[in-house]
Ligand binder design. Structure first.
Ligand code: FAD
Length: 305
């Protein structure tokens, strides 16, 4: 119930205005977002890479409605990739891209062209691009664009969401050699017709999907903070004889940093998803919807002001 309310609010410009201007917001945003500027992203990346982690950077923004906005997002990624390469932070750092920020909602071909340029810039500095997955109405379009991008940029990865009923089958499609798949639970509000609704069903689906990916020939990226799923991931790595270079764990910036360090200490590859930019609203609301404790963090910030 609470999750549904927060996810509905994540699409409301009125609530966005309220949250953005509230005095306590800055402290909350700072926990989950590296900062507003490219330099902030580079600083956070350098610190994580120094600690032995890999990084994927997300320039925040989604649901772009104009070509100008979409091109500005593309240009930021091109600049970011140049700077990451020049700073020697690739291939440890790669980028995550939301196609809706590149124009997918108003022109799929336009979004593809923008994504292609980002993939070429990533190739030029020896790193990769992963396409984030948004709500289920965009899944087919995103997977179609992935197929086209992989013709020239075969290392392009995609995200699959375990809460969607179709995902186990998508995992089979994408478990072949050369593919890179980030498996996550899924962060949007989806109808029962397409998505499992209970946490138990989603977790069971996650394990089935993980089994398919870990048994396959691609490169699985297990994105979760869930201790049970991480333990199952470690077990499957042993079972399928995947050493740390043949799969990775992924977590979000600011969430369970001690667990990230523990996994690095155990010799696993761990990639942190680092969001930056000033369009943090939708991202922050999805993090709050995921976990009541994150809401309490929000509450504490309000009380302390
Ligand atoms: P949850 O069900 O949220 O949490 C399970 C358990 O994990 C909790 O009970 C608790 O024990 C532990 N836990 C969780 N958070 C904390 C915390 N803050 N502190 C301590 N313990 C905690 N979603 C998309 O829809 N599309 C994407 O493209 C996408 N990309 C992602 C990329 C990465 C790298 C990650 C990590 C997530 C991504 N997500 C994406 C979000 C994802 O779908 C989930 O919404 C999010 O990861 C929360 O699910 P969870 O697996 O962590 O488990």
């Amino acid at each position: 119930m609470l999750r549904s309310v927060i996810l509905a609010a994540s699409r409301s410009t009125q609530v966005e205005r309220l949250v953005a201007t509230a005095p306590f917001t800055r402290d909350v945003v700072r926990r989950f977002v590296a900062g507003a500027a490219t330099d902030d992203a580079l600083r956070a990346t350098r610190a994580l890479v120094t600690d032995g982690q890999a990084v994927t950077l997300d320039y925040l923004g989604e649901d772009t409605t104009t070509p100008e906005q979409a091109n500005a997002t593309r240009d930021e990624y091109l600049k970011l990739l140049r700077l990451l390469g020049a700073a020697g932070l690739t291939p440890a750092a790669e980028v995550s891209v939301k196609l809706s920020a590149l124009g997918q909602a108003f022109d799929e071909q336009f979004a593809y062209d923008n994504a292609r340029q980002i993939c070429a810039a990533a190739d030029a500095v020896g790193t990769t691009v992963t396409l984030d997955m948004e709500d289920h109405t965009t899944t087919d379009s995103t997977l179609d664009i992935l197929t086209k991008l992989r013709k020239d940029h075969p290392s392009t990865g995609a995200v699959l969401q375990a809460y969607l009923r179709r995902t186990e089958s998508d995992c089979r499609e994408l478990s072949a050699a050369g593919s890179r798949v980030r498996l996550c639970k899924g962060a949007y509000k989806e109808p029962e017709s397409v998505a499992y609704q209970s946490a138990r069903e989603v977790d069971k689906s996650y394990v089935r999907c993980m089994n398919v990916l870990m048994a396959g020939d691609g490169y699985p990226m297990l994105a979760t903070h869930d201790p049970r799923l991480i333990a199952i991931g470690e077990d499957r790595a042993r079972w399928f004889d995947r050493d740390p270079g043949r799969f990775e764990f992924q977590m979000l910036y600011g969430i369970r940093p001690e667990e990230q360090k523990r996994l690095v200490g155990e010799g696993y590859t761990v990639r942190t998803y680092v969001p930056y930019g000033d369009q943090w609203y939708g991202y922050l609301m999805r993090r709050l919807a995921e976990r009541p404790a994150n809401l309490m963090f929000f509450g504490r910030a309000v009380v302390s002001k």
